[in-house]
Design a protein around this ligand. Structure first.
Ligand SMILES: Cc1cc2nc3c(=O)[nH]c(=O)nc-3n(C[C@H](O)[C@H](O)[C@H](O)COP(=O)(O)O)c2cc1C
Length: 234
């Protein structure tokens, strides 16, 4: 699979088969993902891979907590700014619309939306998950390093015929995860990731993207203001 195919075929899959993911495949993916770049090669990711009985236990407790409307664990980082401005707010509501209409759920049907959301904590049926932590003392650039690492993992999973769904939702029940994986003190759970073979019977519409011109600017000639400042400094 070439890199373009890995990138374009990766999407957040929210329905997995109950089919075991071999440990050696996960080891191969995570060994290769370690080659992801990081500022000064800090490699700030701490990854816990969970399968089998421990994952079943995490799912059971988390689903019970969420379905029972227990409060979330207190936040260790802000997931989204409380007042999300344009264009991000529009993109977020377009995503919500796409996702719930694919599931046939009306916008105002809070109960059905809640049921769909709960699938997060069942890993959408996936038989494997990873939980990625970062040291509390590290800064924004290291969080970006962890993002690059996670994307590298997701692309390598594609090369192995696997799919994934990254999930910040796990940070909301981080204590349940910690009970099972026992992370060392001082780590923050950034993201979980469901991993497995796609259930093609589940509807997985492609989430759209903004047109290139909205997010990318090609700068190919000196602009007038730069011309002037260059002339001044000459
Ligand atoms: C850091 C991060 C956290 C995410 N958290 C969740 C989550 O908790 N639950 C979920 O269903 N999707 C989650 N997603 C998936 C996004 O909704 C998805 O990436 C986005 O809508 C684009 O769709 P695509 O991944 O299918 O291309 C997350 C993605 C990222 C990168």
């Amino acid at each position: 699979m070439d890199v373009y195919e890995a990138v374009t075929s990766r999407r957040s899959v929210r329905g997995f088969l109950d089919k075991r993911v071999p440990r050696e495949v996960l080891e191969r993916v995570l060994s290769a993902a370690a080659w992801a770049p990081s500022g000064s090669n800090l490699q700030p990711w701490h990854t816990f891979v969970v399968t089998g009985a421990p994952l079943t236990r995490i799912k059971e407790i988390a689903v019970k907590r969420v379905a029972g409307r227990e409060p979330w664990d207190e936040r260790e980082f802000v997931m989204y700014p409380p007042a999300l401005k344009a264009p991000y707010s529009e993109r977020r509501s377009a995503f919500g619309k796409e996702r719930y209409s694919a599931l046939g759920i009306a916008r105002e049907d809070w109960e059905a939306r809640q049921r769909a959301a709960i699938a997060n904590w069942d890993c959408f049926g996936a038989p494997a998950a990873l939980f990625c932590y970062i040291d509390r003392d590290l800064g924004l650039p290291q969080w970006a390093d962890v993002g690059m690492y996670l994307q590298t993992v997701m692309l390598l999973l594609r090369a192995e015929g696997l799919h994934s769904c990254p999930q910040m939702a796990w940070s909301q029940v981080r204590k349940t995860v910690a009970e099972i994986v026992s992370p060392p003190d001082g780590l923050i759970l950034f993201c979980g990731m469901s991993i497995g073979y796609e259930d093609v019977m589940v509807n997985h519409p492609r989430t759209g993207r903004a047109p290139l011109a909205e997010t990318v600017t090609f700068v190919e000639g000196l602009r007038t203001v730069t011309d002037r400042s260059i002339a001044r400094s000459a």
